[in-house]
Write a protein that binds this ligand. Sequence first.
Ligand code: AHR
Length: 512
Amino acid sequence: MKKYLTLLLLAINFNTFAQNEASLTLTPSANVTISKHIYGQFAEHLGRGIYDGFWVDKSLPVAKQDRIRLDVVDALKKIKIPNLRWPGGCFADEYHWRDGIGPRTQRPRMVNTNWGGITEDNSFGTHEFLALCDLLGCEPYIAGNVGSGTVEEMSKWVEYLNSNSSSSVVQMRKQNGHPAPYQVTFWGVGNESWGCGGNMTPEYYTDQFKRYASFAKDYPGTPLKKVASGANAEDYNWTEVCMKKIPLQMMWGLSLHYYTIPTGNWGKKGSATAFTEEEYFNTMVSCLKMEELVTKHSGMMDKYDPKKKVALVVDEWGVWTDPEPGTNPGFLYQQNSLRDALIAASTLNIFNNHSDRVKMAGLAQTVNVLQALILTDKEKMVLTPTYHIFDMYKVHQDAKYLEMKLKTPDYEVGGKSIPAVNASASVDASGKVHISLVNLDINKAVTVSTILKDVKWNVVRGQILTSASITDINTFQHPDKLHLSSFTNAKKEGDKLVAVIPPKSVVTLALN
Ligand code: AHR
């Protein structure tokens, strides 16, 4: 009996120990680069994203160029956002670009039927968007209107922006103040064509795609990268029909949209700031589903495109909660907690680890909408925990991917479990290795031992984002509650890198 008890205690001890240990093996990979465009952003005419976010009233006492808010621009430049998708979203399929050019006082007004039924004055149009991208130093990604527009309309938009001919539409661009072509390469052909973009079947959409794509021309020096409107979450049939019916050389990418819904219920999604550990756990289950989605959609694409020429473009992702109480529900304004930071880091790890197929993505949405990087209130601005993750992870942009084998303990809540640790790693142009590690367990630290094959290193430095509670947020009163700090709990032990990752935290280590 005594012997049995001793064995049991040993087993329990071993188990407790095992649950706090993870191991990682990293190997240089076969030349896969983590595209910087995975770190892309999305700005729709929705709520206070454009108006009040990027584009403010002349009287607002902040530094501006024209009406573009420069504190927002500077913050986004710091994290090197590579691209910005615009004008939607659902809005893209009711947007007519000619309404947004020329003298602002003469631009027609419209009702934004998707988002709050407010009046859109079109003061922020094509030239304003491209001036914003120029300030940000990022590439524009324009979504054409397939749902309520015409082939001619999208074709002329491309010509207006990219041609240097003497056609009337190009003369119009010149009169509107931009003599040189803008050279916009990324074009979405519709948005969510299975839903708000026209409620189409995949078969009907693929025919539409071919019409629109045929007349969206390449002008000298500007070969277009056309992105087909792809699947909603696990609609693998949509992906299959697009891959089967659209000639591969016609599309640079195929999109995928997936949102993390905390409760899994679109009617009552759950609060952004008040949630239990169980709700947090369920949110992370929903977030980690991205791994399965990307794997299966890529697998479906492999069937028709084994050389992975067509990119999977996850151009809408993020957590979608109930709107903040007291705000217009059509504006999708939500706060952003440490939970959101863990969602962002875990999702970016998934994309990095699938960078052979995922070449572009877009967080929804950059300012004041859904899982935003930045929140504004009149002249005040706050950087969210998600912003700090994009700051921490910018080191992976255009770096060489390191192949990874990870053994992780589970994080268990209410009899269900998920992997406690997720990670990704890369080596940059200067040879510096960066390893990003997420510990989703909110109670236990995890010691991660890493072996780096064929990589020489001596010094380790790190950054961490964490906080006392998973619900902690940055507010306009306390904008710096969550911020990046230096991380010192990593060291070289023989040929191993050993790091103790605190509960509910994200760490990025730099080795050289
Ligand atoms: O990001 C908010 C909305 O979510 C977008 O407009 C639409 O594409 C998606 O359904």
